[in-house]
Design a protein around this ligand. Structure first.
Ligand SMILES: Cc1cc2nc3c(=O)[nH]c(=O)nc-3n(C[C@H](O)[C@H](O)[C@H](O)COP(=O)(O)O)c2cc1C
Length: 197
């Protein structure tokens, strides 16, 4: 399996360091129990007021029609994701009672990251995608206006980046980049580095 661990400047959890967003998935399917664990992990994420403003639509390759239907809402840039045995759409509930839920997207992100880390611990690869046709997803899956389809998720066992077409292979093999801590952790005033790098 191809790995490209984070070049972390300070110690972090191995699971966090080793997670990355591959575009190469193997043919191996993900069994029902394993898939259930991923959503169980999402279920236990924290959320403002325990509002749990998340839902998921899931399609697996053992139901090819449904998998194809979900794949049809992806943008062409995410064509590689059709190979993933599991596709999902994560959806935020943007209203709580009759008020907007200001933290809905944040909390959905926490649930998604729980899923990602659980998946990593089980040897699975996950790749989030904003590149899908939102209005089409709303229509195809009957998602109400009170809910925001936010990110699609490709899930499967990691494949070999060498099997990808040239452009995608180059992206998969490229080193992972991050801005330094001083550019986003401040002290005293916004923009003033906290000195933690
Ligand atoms: C909400 C979200 C949307 C993303 N959308 C896409 C996408 O549409 N297509 C894609 O190839 N990668 C997408 N990514 C993956 C990011 O490009 C990737 O996480 C980032 O480049 C960092 O790389 P790493 O995850 O390998 O560390 C998305 C990631 C997130 C969190």
């Amino acid at each position: 399996m191809f790995e490209k661990p984070a070049s972390a400047g300070h110690p972090i959890l191995d699971l966090l360091a080793r997670r990355w967003s591959t575009r190469a998935f193997s043919d191996r399917s993900v069994d029902r129990e394993t898939l259930a664990s991923l959503f169980e992990a999402a279920r236990w994420a924290p959320s403002s007021g325990n509002g749990q403003p998340w839902s998921y639509l899931v399609a697996t390759k053992d139901d090819p029609v449904e998998h194809e239907r979900m794949g049809s809402v992806l943008t062409p840039g995410n064509v590689w994701a059709h190979k993933a045995p599991v596709l999902a759409i994560s959806v935020a509930t943007i209203h709580r009672a009759d008020k907007p839920n200001r933290t809905a997207h944040h909390d959905l992100g926490l649930a998604n990251e729980n899923l990602v880390i659980q998946a990593g611990s089980m040897g699975l690869a996950v790749h989030m995608m904003a590149g899908f046709h939102i209005d089409m997803a709303r229509e195809v899956f009957d998602i109400p206006a009170t809910h925001d389809p936010l990110a699609m998720i490709a899930i499967g066992y990691p494949g070999d980046p060498e099997s990808l077409p040239e452009e995608l292979r180059a992206k998969d093999l490229a080193p992972r980049q991050r801005k330094p801590i001083r550019e986003f952790v401040f002290r005293g005033k916004f923009g003033q580095p906290a000195g933690l790098e």
